[in-house]
Write a protein that binds this ligand. Sequence first.
Ligand code: HEC
Length: 114
Amino acid sequence: MLQCQGCHTPSGAGVADRVPSFVGMLGNFLMVDGGRKFLIQVPGAAQSSLSDKELAQVSNWMLQKFSPAQVPDDFVPYTASEVGQLRQKPLVRVAEVRRKLLELMTEQGVNTAI
Ligand code: HEC
């Protein structure tokens, strides 16, 4: 609530044109190459003061809370050690990486029409 909600809002809907919505969308990142790590490496998550364990837990929770229908059946929940490793490699070109992931979703027919 303290670390993420200010931007992402309690409903996960974000802020139009500034903070993307999680709702019905977040799980789609798990369907494309590079998406799993992006969800942790994105600055708001990676650079938060949450511990690795807390960030793993909040990420798993957000996926189920805001985007359960998009989470693949074979999703393996994030662990503290995976999150710890991913956080050591911060994203440099965030917008570009995000745009490429969205393009991959479109190419692969992942439904992003929400
Ligand atoms: C200062 C505002 C801000 C805060 C605080 C913030 N985020 Fe974000 N978040 C963003 C923005 C903006 C994006 C879109 C990518 C980018 O430009 O960083 C984003 C993207 C994301 C994404 C990827 C989803 C997507 O559609 O790009 C995840 C996952 C995420 N944030 C998780 C978190 C978590 C977890 C926290 C709290 C620990 C958090 N964020 C705190 C602004 C914020």
